[in-house]
Design a protein around this ligand. Structure first.
Ligand code: BV8
Length: 256
């Protein structure tokens, strides 16, 4: 889809073309076209697995081997897929904007693999794991080998190994959250891409940016929980809209 087939609001293109500071929040929707299941869409992860049984500390301590295998499965999956044109479009946008911050809720590492530099990982990263007792990184521990009743343990102290992701009820990494709020304060344009905007505090960021004066646009297959509060709602696939949006901004900058 070229930019001519998508009618962007002129104000969005104008603002992006002249912006010095832009922030973007991404959710699972930007990785959907890479083949990574989202959480709340039909067929998503939470339809097949209950987050209460897998994505919180109590669940982990109850069934560490089950939770380790589930994350090992997701780790394997994200290693086998590739970034898609939506991820690459944000790499291009980062190169065009002096102060660009990519805030992601995703733990699939696809933004980094696409080449994004300024990535703020609010919910951690599947590719990292650590010992819950001594805190040592445990990348070399094979969580997939966790057998029934025999969870993977730290080679140094014997503690349980967990993925380095933020579970429900856990605090987000302080530095990452502070960086995200600071980017919201500075942003002239804020893009919310592929998120249902139901998980806080991440879901509050687009409205933080709006309160601080940013022009906020949402890119989503369907309206999210904040759709009625954004300045522009672009309905469609992130992997198609983002490349067309960046191309339209590039053309405006070149003819500017
Ligand atoms: C915390 C684990 C302090 C990692 C996840 C304030 C108000 C209300 C509730 C709370 C609050 N503060 C805290 C809470 C509780 C909780 C929360 O928000 N609960 C919600 C569900 C009500 N938050 C927390 O516990 C957070 N911790 O705040 O600590 C605290 C603690 C307790 C009480 C008070 C304060 C921790 C949040 C992190 C949770 N971890 N997962 C993992 O296993 O991955 S959440 C999970 O949802 C993922 O991390 C994911 O990042 C996140 C958001 O989901 P999305 O990315 O939006 O994905 P989703 O499937 O929902 O939507 C996909 C979207 O894409 C859809 O809109 C779809 O239309 C769109 N789409 C699909 N395809 C495409 C597309 N768009 C474009 N193109 C496409 N092709």
């Amino acid at each position: 889809m070229s930019s001519t087939t998508f009618a962007f609001p002129p104000e969005l293109i104008e603002r992006l073309a002249r912006a010095r500071s832009v922030a973007v929040l991404t959710g699972a929707g930007i990785s959907a076209e890479s083949g990574v299941p989202t959480f709340r869409d039909p067929g998503g992860l939470w339809e097949r697995f209950r987050p209460e049984e897998l994505a919180n500390v109590q669940a982990f301590l109850r069934n560490p081997d089950l939770v380790q295998r589930w994350y090992a499965y997701r780790c394997k999956l994200v290693r086998e897929v590739e970034p898609n044109p939506g991820h690459y479009a944000l790499v291009e946008l980062e190169r065009m904007v002096p102060d660009f911050t990519l805030i992601t809720q995703n733990v699939d590492n696809l933004h980094r693999r696409a080449g994004s530099q300024r990535v703020v990982e609010l919910h951690g990263n599947l590719l990292r794991s650590y010992c819950i007792d001594c805190g040592r990184p445990a990348e070399e521990v094979n969580l997939e080998a966790a057998a029934e009743g025999k969870p993977a343990r730290c080679p140094a102290c014997g503690g349980l190994i967990r993925p380095d992701v933020v579970w429900f009820g856990e605090l987000l990494p302080e530095e990452a959250l502070a960086e995200a709020y600071a980017a919201c304060e500075r942003a002239e344009v804020f893009l919310s891409v592929g998120t249902s905007a139901v998980v806080y505090p991440a879901a509050g960021l687009p409205l933080e940016a709006k309160r601080a004066g940013a022009y906020v646009a949402e890119i989503n297959l369907q309206p999210s929980a904040i759709a009625d509060q954004v300045d522009a709602l672009l309905l469609g696939k992130a992997g198609e809209i983002l490349p067309a949006l960046v191309e339209a901004v590039r053309q405006t900058r070149n003819t500017g």
